[in-house]
Design a binder for this molecule. Structure first.
Ligand SMILES: [Zn+2]
Length: 65
């Protein structure tokens, strides 16, 4: 789904980096290097970035309005 706004463990805002992180990954950059450049240095926050999967486009056709 959507990237959580804050890290579940420490509460640091992580969603503000998600777009730039996705751009860097799509260009083939190493995830560790991309997170270092964005200032995401705690391992609890890094797992938020690494484990996120964008599923909103897969789920939207089945949502009732
Ligand atoms: Zn954290």
């Amino acid at each position: 789904m959507l990237m959580p706004v804050r890290c579940f463990s420490c509460g640091k805002p992580v969603a503000e980096h998600s777009d730039e992180y996705a751009q860097k990954i799509s260009k083939g950059e190493d995830p560790a290097k991309a997170m270092n450049e964005l200032g995401v240095d705690r391992y609890c926050c890094r797992r938020m970035m690494l484990s996120h999967e964008e599923l909103i486009d897969d789920i939207m056709p089945y949502k009732r309005f």
